[in-house]
Design a protein around this ligand. Structure first.
Ligand code: GLN
Length: 278
C-alpha cells in the first residue's frame, strides 16, 4: 500500500463517510497530530505521513465522528487572542463570550488599578482576557471545579499573566470581605431537561445547566453580588437568547441600576449588565 499523504488522509483514506463531519474538523485533527498549522497542510498536500501518525489521525477522526468535540480531541480552543488549553473538565469557550469581554472592557478604564472577578472561570477564558487587556487590574478567577482551575492556571502560566489569582469555591463564597469594580460570569444557564443538553453531552454538566428554568446560578450570583461590588461597580452576566427579560427583572429586583441587555452577532439577547448604585 502506498504511504498515506496529507491529501489522501483528508480525502480518500477517511474511514468516515463523506458529509458525516465538517472537512475543517479533519484538517484541525491532522494538523494537531502533525504538530503543524492548518495552513501548512495546504502547502504540503503530497507529503507522506508515517503510519503511526496516520493511525493516530484515523482514531481521532473516528472519535470526532462519534460526537466528541474537536477542542477536546486537540486539547485547544481559540478565544480572544489566545489558544487556550481545554479539557473535559472545562466548558469549551464560545465566541459569544467574547462579547461579554468586550462589554466589560468598555466599562473598565485603562491605566487604573482595578479589582475584577470572573465567577465560574472554566478554562479561564474571561479572566485571562480581562487580565491581558487591563495589565494593572488584579483579577480573581473562581471555579468550584478543581480540574477546571488546574486548566485555567496552566493557561495563565502559558500566557505569562501574573495578575490573575485562582480560587476554588461556589460563586462568591471565596470572595468574602472583598469588593470589586466589575464581576463577570458566564454561568450555567440551560434549563434541566433541555434537549440541547444532549448535543453538549461531552461538556461538564454543572457548567451547562442550572435548575428548572436555567436561572438558579444567575439568581444566586445576583443575590450575593451587591455586597461584593464597590459603589458604581458592574455585574455582567451571559445568558440564553430567551432569558434577557428574566435576567433584567432579577437584576432590577436586586436594586441594580442601568440594567440593560446586549445582543450577540446573531442579534440574540446574550449579556445583561447592571450597576450597583453609587
Ligand atoms: N467562563 C468560562 C467560559 O466562558 C466557563 C463558563 C462555564 O463553564 N459555564 O468559557
Amino acid at each position: 500500500m502506498p504511504a498515506a499523504t496529507v491529501q489522501s488522509l483528508l480525502r480518500e483514506d477517511s474511514p468516515v463517510p463523506a458529509g458525516a463531519l465538517d472537512p475543517a474538523d479533519a484538517e484541525w485533527l491532522l494538523a494537531h497530530v502533525l504538530g503543524r498549522s492548518r495552513s501548512w497542510l495546504y502547502a504540503h498536500r503530497d507529503d507522506p505521513i508515517d503510519a503511526v501518525d496516520a493511525d493516530r489521525f484515523r482514531a481521532l477522526l473516528a472519535r470526532r465522528a462519534a460526537g466528541e468535540p474537536v477542542a477536546y480531541l486537540t486539547g485547544r480552543r481559540g478565544f480572544w487572542s489566545f489558544d487556550l488549553r481545554v479539557t473535559p473538565d472545562t466548558l469549551i469557550p464560545r465566541p459569544e463570550t467574547e462579547l461579554l469581554v468586550e462589554l466589560a472592557l468598555t466599562r473598565l478604564p485603562a491605566a487604573t488599578d482595578l479589582h475584577l472577578a470572573d465567577l465560574g472561570t472554566g478554562s479561564g477564558a474571561i479572566a485571562l482576557a480581562l487580565a491581558h487587556e487591563r495589565r494593572r487590574a488584579r483579577v480573581i478567577a473562581v471555579d468550584v471545579s478543581v480540574g477546571a482551575l488546574e486548566v485555567a492556571r496552566a493557561n495563565a502560566v502559558d500566557l505569562g499573566l501574573a495578575n490573575v489569582e485562582f480560587r476554588q469555591g461556589d460563586w462568591l463564597a471565596p470572595l468574602a470581605g472583598e469588593r470589586f469594580d466589575l464581576i463577570a460570569s458566564n454561568p450555567p444557564y440551560i434549563a434541566e431537561g433541555d434537549p440541547h443538553l444532549d448535543d453538549l453531552r461531552h461538556e461538564p454538566a454543572p457548567a451547562l445547566s442550572s435548575g428548572r428554568d436555567g436561572l438558579d446560578a444567575i439568581r444566586s450570583i445576583v443575590r450575593e453580588a451587591p455586597a461584593h461590588l464597590r459603589p458604581g461597580g458592574w455585574l455582567l452576566l451571559e445568558h440564553g437568547w430567551d432569558q434577557g427579560d428574566a435576567v433584567r427583572d432579577i437584576l432590577a429586583a436586586a436594586g441594580f441600576a442601568e440594567v440593560m441587555t446586549d445582543r450577540d452577532l446573531e442579534g440574540r439577547d446574550r449579556v445583561t449588565s447592571g450597576r450597583r448604585p453609587v
